[in-house]
Design a protein around this ligand. Sequence first.
Ligand code: NAG
Ligand code: NAG
Ligand code: NAG
Ligand code: NAG
Ligand code: NAG
Ligand code: NAG
Ligand code: NAG
Ligand code: NAG
Ligand code: NAG
Ligand code: NAG
Length: 833
Amino acid sequence: MGRRTFLLFFLLLAATMSYCFAINVTYDGRALMIDGKRRVLVSGSIHYPRSTPEMWPDLIKKSKEGGLDIIETYVFWDMHEPGRGQFDFTGRKDLVKFIKLVGEAGLYVFLRIGPYVCAEWNYGGFPLWLHYLPGIELRIDNEPYKAEMKRFTAKIVDMMKQEKLYASQGGPIILSQIENEYGNIDWEYGDKGKSYLNWAAQMAASMNTESPWINTCNGFYCDQFTPNSNQKPKIFTELWSGWFSGWGDPVPYRPTEDVAFSVARFYQRNGTLVNYYMYHGGTNFGRTSGGPFITTSYDYDAPIDEYGLLRQPKWGHLRDLHKAIKLCEEAMVTNVGNTTSPDSNLEVTIYETGSGLCAAFLANLDPQSDKTVNFRGNSYDLPAWSVSILPDCKNVVYNTAKVNSLTTMPKFVSEPFKNGNKTSTASQSSWSWFQEPVGISSKNAFVLPGLVEQINTTGDRSDYLWYSLSTHLEPNDPLLRDGSSILLHVDSLGHALYAFANGKLAGSGKGSVSNQKVSIEIPVALEPGNNTIDLLSMTVGLSNYGAFFDKKGAGITGPVELKGSSNGSSIDLSSQQWTYQIGLEGEQSNLYKGSSTLWVSKPSLPKNTTLTWYKTTFSAPPGTSPVAIDFQGMGKGHAWVNGQGIGRYWPSNIASANGNCVASCNYRGNYSQSKCLTNCGKPTQQYNHVPRSWLKTSDNVLVLLEEMGGDPTKISFVTREIERLCSRVSESYPIPLDFWTSNHLTRKTKPTLSLECPSQKQVITGIQFVSFGNPHGTCGSFNHGRCRSKEARRIVHKACVGKRRCDIEVTVENLGNPCANVTKSLVVEASCS
Ligand SMILES: *[C@@H]1O[C@H](CO)[C@@H](O)[C@H](O)[C@H]1NC(C)=O
Ligand SMILES: *[C@@H]1O[C@H](CO)[C@@H](O)[C@H](O)[C@H]1NC(C)=O
Ligand SMILES: *[C@@H]1O[C@H](CO)[C@@H](O)[C@H](O)[C@H]1NC(C)=O
Ligand SMILES: *[C@@H]1O[C@H](CO)[C@@H](O)[C@H](O)[C@H]1NC(C)=O
Ligand SMILES: *[C@@H]1O[C@H](CO)[C@@H](O)[C@H](O)[C@H]1NC(C)=O
Ligand SMILES: *[C@@H]1O[C@H](CO)[C@@H](O)[C@H](O)[C@H]1NC(C)=O
Ligand SMILES: *[C@@H]1O[C@H](CO)[C@@H](O)[C@H](O)[C@H]1NC(C)=O
Ligand SMILES: *[C@@H]1O[C@H](CO)[C@@H](O)[C@H](O)[C@H]1NC(C)=O
Ligand SMILES: *[C@@H]1O[C@H](CO)[C@@H](O)[C@H](O)[C@H]1NC(C)=O
Ligand SMILES: *[C@@H]1O[C@H](CO)[C@@H](O)[C@H](O)[C@H]1NC(C)=O
């Protein structure tokens, strides 16, 4: 994931070796060719460690139903080789299993080996030990780095070959990629960057048979992009379906109509492969999130949400788009597009073949005005900022701004917190705890003169590093002369810190995505004699982006000063003898696993205390819906369920209230990640996903490490449920795609509104709103307009209640004609249970 478009990478086409069922993947200036046939393809990113193996089959199935041909994933080096030469491919790290599942579902794989991954992932996916190899410099022409990169790449390529996963071996991998997002930063690396890329190309070539340079495009839009050679196809490697979120910031989303617009524009202008980044974003479990300050949720406003549920209408509207594009495939691969501009802000593209196939894209790029375009003797209405698709150059089957797909409103439903038959709520008695000592407690502590950089010191084994100092003040010290007004000043590279004076919390500070540095100046109560100053510095995910991101550093590098109120009375503590401790006592004792003699349950549950570990047991919420923990009431920390890290929580980090949060963001006009936001004035993230497969029926162990102070009895379990469905279909809506089976329109059909409950076990139990006419509003808050059919409600009730799915023809014959000269829509809001 990157911020700038146009980059270079090596595409490895798995071509020559011949095996049974081998697939021959090549390309030309128009498209990728599979077994000699040009293809128009749709791909989506799903990162295997951001979900669980138990979720994979369902995610892959939903991807296929959504119209994807390919699933793309990075390979995450740090997870696979946590110690040099110690490999791990188990559980969420089971790359081979993931690829096989994709293949079994009949989809292809696009494998981005990295080894650098620009995915908001801790340290860009590099294992931290790499940083300590003598003489190493990452991502440039440096022998130690190249040796490691080559070793890891070879390891992965060999593994894939051994499992026969390349297309040339009959497997699903049709594309792979080495290096990533280098095109936008190589100038910062100078000549050693250029020679490194040449080396990488050769290395890639040595491992496979063909590795052409292909430059591709990443961004919100890439229709203006052209490859650096007309022998290469136009590929959109990362179409950003949304955006990531950072602790303390509002949460970005990207309107469905605009995502569809971007995709349609790319295919309109000769594009033949789009990859959605992300199609399912998932969760940054444990300490895997990068940034710093990337949230635990990596939902990304993707078509499949963090929990694996369809995000509607996004998923459905894009599925319909993919169907429409596929209807144009034959015409698109046979010829290039002929694009003309009949009027400013209008673009008409025709893909026409000698054999009579014809597909057309009509675009209105105007961000405000709807337009009408005359095309081959017919006139077509084009809403502002939209593309219509005509697979036969005549009938519109799809318009990017007309969403004819279900809208669902998922919500979190609270579950009683209990264990076994004890229906106790989150009561005091069910918790045990451990109060982490302030300052140095470990035998492994060490003393160094001056302040140290944190990542070099901890090797990222923990978020935490204690900086501790004892300082002696004479009664007549000028600092003490002014009584209580001594200030402690601390400058840190980030990412957050707590300052304690003589064991008591004196203050804290935190950075953000936009500024990771922390600077505090707080009053401290010091006494004549010895005083201890304990500074706890913590990382919140290591930097993953930009040239030399690996050298950004973190921790308290100073200065650290004591300042009196009278002029000149200050002491710089920076170069004194500091005592350091990596990590916390509870971490060293593996409290996250649950069993330890450190846990106590007397005298009474501490609340709102810093550095407190908590433990309880609970039963899984009944049912099969996805589970989360609602962390409201807690401050900041880490959580584990049955020893599995469910990530950092930080519900006390509230997104700025003056962010640009608007109820309904206008999809028209160029999108950027700050355009459409939610959660202003609310926690950036309140819920942490707990995958079902990590839960037993009862006696699950929940462990929390609370840093700031919180009340664990306030947390609750929730399940994510879809209870409401909405749909809006206009009587002028494009012909339903379900009735297009080939390139020829075989049946004239009527616009149809369909409702379907997401779960097999649900039926439609209630109809909250029906209106045929000119209703307005959005799902959850529809209102009737002036024009309104009297019969619609009865007709919809009869057709839908008690059924899982219903279809209603949106015509005046079926629903009555309340106002003749108005284009009417049918809107329905229903509930399932
Ligand atoms: C693969 O397809 C290309 C044309 O796309 C063809 O030239 C080549 O011979 C094919 N290779 C094999 C092994 O079939
Ligand atoms: C599509 O490709 C053709 C042939 O290379 C070219 O003439 C045309 O300008 C391209 N269209 C766009 C919109 O780039
Ligand atoms: C593209 O379409 C225009 C208008 O229909 C036509 O005049 C022109 O000849 C076409 N160009 C090509 C290369 O077919
Ligand atoms: C809980 O209740 C069920 C029946 O209601 C019983 O079978 C089970 O043994 C009970 N479990 C515990 C741990 O008491
Ligand atoms: C104060 O600290 C110094 C150095 O850490 C130590 O030698 C001394 O004994 C301490 N004095 C008291 C009163 O604790
Ligand atoms: C970490 O240590 C290395 C080697 O000692 C040094 O070159 C580098 O500058 C240090 N990084 C930071 C951020 O201090
Ligand atoms: C500190 O010095 C500045 C100028 O050097 C003066 O303006 C200020 O009043 C002094 N403050 C105190 C508390 O003496
Ligand atoms: C928690 O403690 C802090 C400082 O001791 C205090 O300011 C705050 O009001 C307390 N919060 C709650 C919810 O008790
Ligand atoms: C959107 O961005 C493109 C590319 O930067 C630009 O050409 C176009 O004018 C922009 N459109 C609007 C409506 O701002
Ligand atoms: C509808 O429009 C037609 C022609 O535009 C007109 O003749 C007719 O009177 C209109 N009917 C109503 C009810 O406004």
